[in-house]
Design a protein around this ligand. Structure first.
Ligand SMILES: [Zn+2]
Length: 186
């Protein structure tokens, strides 16, 4: 129901695959999937349990490169884990058929079919377009335990996932508009 900010999900368990993911990202061993040890986490979170081909074309850029490339408000969200104010982003009440891409690297993240009106003031989705499109991390900032959602390709911070969403997943991927770029389907 309204467990929103304190929903632990499977937080502790999810840390293990997360660290694998981070370690893989740091050492450049691109083959490690974030999900292999975490099939259980994956099903609980609506992500993970992907194949071995997670993020074959990982995007890595220095913070300086990102800063040059991205508008300041986008940089703040995706690289500094910023959060836009509720009801201020361009997509919280946006409708239209298409797919929402990562604002930093262009990877498809969420389909409009998975978008729902959560009333929270941020674009909300029940699931990503593909399990391997996103990565997750435990976020203990601001005195809360939340599950952070990132782009699996460039590690852009997107938002958080909560377990108070509607069927079929019961999840609410609460994503900053500034981390997304809508591409209309024709
Ligand atoms: Zn990205």
């Amino acid at each position: 129901m309204h467990a929103q900010h304190h929903a632990p999900l499977s937080g502790f368990r999810a840390m293990i695959p997360l660290f694998c993911l981070l370690a893989g990202a740091c050492t450049g061993s691109g083959g490690t999937s974030e999900s292999r040890p975490g099939a259980a986490d994956g099903s609980a979170l609506g992500a993970g349990a992907s194949g071995p081909e997670a993020a074959p074309d990982k995007v890595r850029k220095s913070e300086e490169e990102w800063r040059k490339e991205l508008p300041p408000e986008v940089f703040h969200i995706v690289r500094e884990k910023g959060t836009e104010r509720a009801f201020t982003g361009k997509y919280w009440n946006h409708t239209g058929k298409g797919v929402y891409l990562c604002a930093a690297c262009g990877q498809p993240l969420y389909a409009s079919d998975a978008k729902f009106d959560s009333g929270c003031g941020w674009p909300s989705f029940t699931a990503p377009v593909a399990k391997e499109a996103i990565g997750q991390a435990v976020d203990r900032s601001l005195g809360m335990v939340r599950m952070e959602v990132v782009c699996s390709r460039c590690d852009a911070h997107l938002g958080h996932v909560f377990d108070d969403g509607p069927a079929p997943t019961g999840l609410r991927h609460c994503i900053n508009s500034g981390a997304l770029k809508f591409q209309e389907s024709r």
